[in-house]
Design a binder for this molecule. Structure first.
Ligand SMILES: [Zn+2]
Length: 165
């Protein structure tokens, strides 16, 4: 018999911890610092790896940068939503809906923010710090415009939303 064994051995394999996800997210906190931190830019507080809009504990360390502010600083959005001019009718109302969606998510998802709403020649380009908000905006716009966008997921936990055709 061959000494080589195929398939699972008689002993249960030691379960691997910390298996690297296929799509690595540079902006997900890797090491969870022991103490609390405060983001100097937006004031969010990180305790046990979780960022929230809490009162910082007295021993909280200042000078940190939360993943949302880091993405904004790097100009590296997680979500991009391109709305063509033909669907921007009227533009103000569409922008208001987008802003309102951000506000509605702010309480439960403080790291999900709009980075910018820019004119991009033919329509607008909305950039977000998180996938969740990008998908919420896509849902809201799909309902408002009666047109479903396509979503393309990128390598690094990113999504691009566009209305084609
Ligand atoms: Zn921040």
């Amino acid at each position: 018999m061959s000494g080589k064994q195929s398939g699972p051995g008689p002993r249960k394999r030691h379960r691997a911890r910390n298996v690297e996800p296929k799509h690595h997210d540079t902006y997900a906190s890797e090491a969870k610092p022991a103490g609390a931190q405060v983001c100097d830019t937006c004031g969010l507080v990180q305790v046990a790896g979780r960022w929230s809009r809490a009162e910082p504990p007295v021993d909280a360390v200042r000078g940190a940068l939360c993943p949302a502010c880091q993405r904004t600083r790097d100009r590296h959005p997680a979500g991009t939503i391109r709305v063509p001019a033909r669907l921007l009718a009227p533009r103000d109302e569409i922008v208001r809906l987008i802003r309102h969606t951000e506000q509605a998510e702010a309480e439960t998802h403080p790291l999900e923010r709009i980075m910018a709403i820019d004119d991009d020649g033919d329509g607008i380009l909305v950039t977000t710090t998180g996938l969740h908000l990008a998908r919420r905006i896509a849902d809201q716009l799909a309902r408002r415009l009666h047109a479903k966008p396509s979503l393309h997921y990128g390598e690094e936990n990113e999504v691009r939303v566009a209305w084609e055709g």
